[in-house]
Design a protein around this ligand. Structure first.
Ligand SMILES: O=C(O)CCC(=O)C(=O)O
Length: 269
């Protein structure tokens, strides 16, 4: 079996509202910077909606076309460096509307997954402008099953559990999670890691837009719930090496999955 160790780097970047060219240039600079590190990252993760930010009322004309140039660029960048890119999410325009869409690419440049955010965040009016996704996603990370969701999705424990039951040992979560809910962000991510005995790898943006301020605190949490890397509130690259065998180890010690009693998880009067 191939090694299950991966060096992960999260690009905790600021995002300029409604300026996809600038944001793509910055993302490219951040990736080049991350690739100078030793050890070099195997996996790079970007934040949510990094092309436009939450410019929801201006997406027409600035959102990416379906499988557009940003996808080509992510694919070429992954192949150029020989890394996996979990490309955060981008705002994407299709004939059926706008979507908050995550793409991941393998080291050979092939597309690993496309996932449309399934829970749209009403507090930021997302549902007024975007269409929800209709399915969850799993994708291979080497020999291991990985999952990805977006931001508000972490508030739905059923989603993380479903992904873990389907085999996920690591869950990638790009986000634009704003102040003042740092306590929710840290607690929910940590709980999802502990209860599902999987790595949780969450990349949040920093900076501010016209309505919100974003605190960063990108996190890499292991299957025991230990925070092995956490960002501050400034731009930066947050890195750690993970060993996906740890998930099996933890599941063996506290056999939550074997001990589940799903037949009782229905309310009975
Ligand atoms: O759930 C939250 O508090 C934040 C969610 C969010 O900002 C988002 O999904 O974009």
């Amino acid at each position: 079996m191939a090694s299950q160790q991966y060096h992960i780097s999260l690009l905790q970047m600021d995002i300029r509202l409604a300026d996809p060219q600038y944001n793509q240039q910055r993302a490219g600079e951040w990736i080049a910077e991350a690739m100078k590190a030793e050890p070099k990252p195997d996996v790079i993760v970007l934040p949510e909606m990094w092309n436009t930010g939450y410019a929801l009322d201006r997406l027409d004309g600035i959102a990416e076309p379906e499988n557009g140039p940003i996808c080509d660029w992510l694919s070429e960048t992954a192949a150029h460096y020989g890394i996996t890119i979990v490309g955060g999410s981008i705002s994407e325009q299709r004939s059926s509307g706008f979507y908050n869409t995550l793409y991941a690419y393998a080291p050979d440049g092939s597309q690993l997954t496309r996932y449309d955010k399934i829970h749209l965040f009403k507090l930021m009016d997302e549902e007024k402008f975007m269409q929800p996704g209709e399915q969850t996603t799993l994708f291979p990370l080497g020999d291991v099953t990985a999952a990805a969701s977006i931001c508000y999705d972490i508030r739905f424990p059923e989603l993380a559990r479903t992904l873990a039951l389907a085999g996920a040992k690591v869950w990638f979560v790009p986000a634009e999670w704003p102040n003042p809910r740092l306590h929710h962000w840290r607690t929910l991510l940590t709980a999802r890691a502990i209860e599902n005995q999987m790595y949780v790898i969450a990349c949040n943006r920093v900076g501010r837009d016209e309505k919100s301020e974003f605190f960063g605190h990108s996190m890499i949490i292991d299957p025991w719930g230990e925070v092995i890397a956490e960002g501050g509130e400034e731009e930066g690259i947050i890195s750690a090496t993970i060993d996906l065998e740890l998930s099996e180890d933890v599941r063996g010690r506290i056999p939550v999955f074997a001990d589940r009693r799903p037949e009782l998880y229905k309310h009975q009067d």
